[in-house]
Design a protein around this ligand. Structure first.
Ligand SMILES: Nc1ncnc2c1ncn2[C@@H]1O[C@H](COP(=O)(O)OP(=O)(O)O)[C@@H](O)[C@H]1O
Ligand SMILES: [Mg+2]
Length: 589
């Protein structure tokens, strides 16, 4: 229940006016049954008088009948209004929560996404964002039910408090039962999450474009289906087990509640026979008892439903409560423009969170303004890690990274991102238009077609775009209708255009040409070398032909800088670089 207030706050935030309307209508609706019963009592009393004491029918008798009709019509109208408000709120809430989930996920550290616990939580939060709309209606209905029940209970208590007590006592076991099962249901779902994630993965894998080739060639279809079915059956069995237990216990408990109702009913009949109650009272009491008894059960079903839903929101709220660890300081400063001393790694050591192995050990490196440096090293030596550190996707475990002598952590994160243009090895292929694929590099300029086209020209993506039937507005990727897929090298040119669109002081390309053929690479790099003249650029590549175009080459091995210099110097030095170069050259001969 602790989760309900924050959720209600979110509901309130997404549409205060609608909430007020919905509540006002519900309060009015809640009081209708009592009002109608009171009118009925008056009518029955009048009839009894006419029949037994032979008095004349009261003048305004038929007007009272009309009044009852008006009340009943009003109730129907109110309930329509409530339905309307609820559907509005549902939509508003869904939108509000979805936006908040996207917003919040983008604020969190990259680290979080590598943590399976976080991933489970995010998955559950995403599901909860869409699944839990029913809760809003349930809370509204609950409030309405409670108000109706209180008003009817007051009516009953006016004639006989014992009756009320009997009704309530009969319903309590049902309440406890319901909440018990709500809890079990949550525990079950919580436990099943890892399994569900695996199933989701298998399902995605089975339907993914990337995997299709291998799945077919390796004949993995049956294996996938079997694994999936095995997991699905486990979940099914657990669900059935709980449902069975709930069925048995629930039936027993609602029988108990029905027994409570009939005892009260018998009591009223008895009191009427003894002459304690008039006929009119008998009629309205039996009606009221029936309604209260039904309402009490409904309240419990609803309350446990709400509790059930609220429990599920633990993850959504927990997700919203997560705070990023890497963030701007309160008085963060802007990156100097231009950067005068460059970027420096000073005794930087780094181990990925949750691991102890140091990927970088006491690493020292300096990138001077206007300098284009190639960073090379074998796979897994920490090259990409260096890029992640410069962009503050992670902070160093030890040591400092400085821009113009000031620690990166003192700079404003947003500004830092602005000044660095990175194309990662595993860059994104957005299932959007060619134009948007480039525009994401500087989304503020999405409307500046001239700049986007210029960037495309710089990265040679314009050649790719020229071949597309839809030109720059061509949808890319295969996911959506009319989309055209590109080759790895073509995608890479699109990604490069993004980096060019950014007016960044430091450009970083992490093995950007792995998918380009030798001639394209030569072209792309020739351009890169020209275009980045006077800018800081860090280039990570395996191809020596491109590496040679930079001003300086540094070699990373086992987390430390082992060699640096120009191509000629390093060849003369005869170290790791010379060896790697010789190996590559030999393979070409
Ligand atoms: N998110 C991560 N968590 C833990 N270890 C990682 C992570 N990313 C990379 N590593 C490890 O850090 C080392 C360096 O990786 P990386 O910087 O990607 O190498 P490179 O780009 O030079 O090929 C590798 O041994 C890799 O296994
Ligand atoms: Mg890498």
């Amino acid at each position: 229940m602790r989760n309900i207030p924050p959720v209600m706050r979110m509901v309130w935030e997404c549409g205060p006016k609608t909430v007020i309307w919905s509540m006002a209508l519900r309060v009015a609706l809640a009081l209708m049954p009592v009002a109608i019963l009171e009118v009925s009592r008056w009518l029955i009393n009048a009839i009894v008088m006419v029949r037994h004491q032979h008095t004349a029918l009261p003048q305004f008798f038929w007007w009272i009948v009309v009044l009852e009709f008006a009340l009943a019509s009003l109730a129907a109208l109110l309930s329509r209004g409530v339905g309307f408000c609820d559907s509005l709120l549902g939509d508003l809430y869904l939108q509000h929560i979805s936006v908040r989930v996207i917003e919040h996920a983008s604020k969190l550290d990259i680290t979080a996404f590598e943590n399976p616990d976080f991933y489970d939580r995010l998955e559950r939060a995403k599901a909860q964002a869409t699944d839990r709309i029913a809760m809003i209606q349930m809370v509204g209905t609950l409030i309405q039910l409670v108000l109706t029940t209180i008003s009817l209970s007051l009516l009953i208590a006016k004639y006989s408090p014992w009756l009320l007590l009997l009704l309530i006592v009969g319903t309590i076991p049902a309440l406890l039962g319901e909440s018990h099962f709500a809890f079990l249901g949550y525990a079950k779902n919580f436990m099943q999450t890892p399994l569900r994630r695996k199933m989701d993965y298998l399902r995605d894998l089975g339907g993914s474009k990337e995997a299709a080739k291998e799945l077919k060639l390796f004949g993995l279809r049956d294996f996938l289906i079997e694994s999936f079915s095995g997991m699905a059956n486990t979940i099914f069995d657990q669900n059935v087990d709980l449902s069975k237990r709930k069925l048995a216990a629930g039936t027993f408990l609602s029988l108990l509640a029905t027994a409570g109702y009939y005892s009260a009913y018998a009591l009223v009949l008895w009191d009427t026979i003894r002459g304690r109650f008039e006929i009119a009272v008998l009629v309205i009491l039996t009606t009221a008892i029936l309604q209260v008894s039904a309402n009490l059960q409904q309240i419990f079903v609803n309350a446990s439903g709400v509790a059930d839903q609220a429990l599920f929101l633990t993850d959504l709220l927990g997700f919203f409560a997560m705070e990023p660890a890497v963030r701007s300081k309160p008085n963060a400063i802007k990156i100097p423009r231009p950067i005068r001393q460059g970027v420096e790694f000073r005794n930087v050591s780094f181990a990925y969170p949750g691991t102890t192995r140091l990927v970088l050990k006491d690493f020292n490196f300096r990138l001077r303004p206007g300098e284009r440096v190639a960073l090379i090293g074998e796979n897994g030596q920490g090259k990409t890690t260096i890029v992640k550190l410069i962009t503050r996707l992670y902070d160093p475990t030890d040591g400092q990274i400085l821009i113009d002598g000031v620690d990166l952590r003192d700079y404003d994160m947003e500004d830092l991102c602005h000044e660095i243009g990175v194309i990662f090895q595993d860059f994104m292929r957005y299932e959007m238009t060619a134009r948007d694929n480039i525009a994401v590099g500087r989304i503020e300029e999405r409307d500046r077609l001239d700049r986007i086209e210029a960037a495309a020209q710089m990265s040679l993506a314009d050649e790719v775009i020229g071949r597309l039937s839809g030109g720059i507005e061509q949808q890319l990727g295969r996911r959506f209708e009319g989309g055209v897929d590109l080759s790895g090298g073509e995608w890479q040119r699109m990604a490069l255009a993004r980096a060019y669109l950014r007016d960044a002081q430091l450009l970083i390309l992490d093995e950007p040409t792995a998918a380009l053929d030798a001639r394209s690479e030569q072209e792309v790099f020739q351009r890169f070398a020209e275009l980045t003249k006077g800018k800081m650029a860090l280039l990570i590549s395996h191809r020596f032909s491109t590496v040679k175009m930079t001003d300086r080459i540094v070699v990373l091995s086992h987390g430390v800088l082992t060699e640096e210099g120009t191509h000629e110097e390093l060849i003369r030095h005869g170290g790791l670089y010379a060896e790697m170069f010789e190996m590559q050259a030999a393979s070409y001969r």
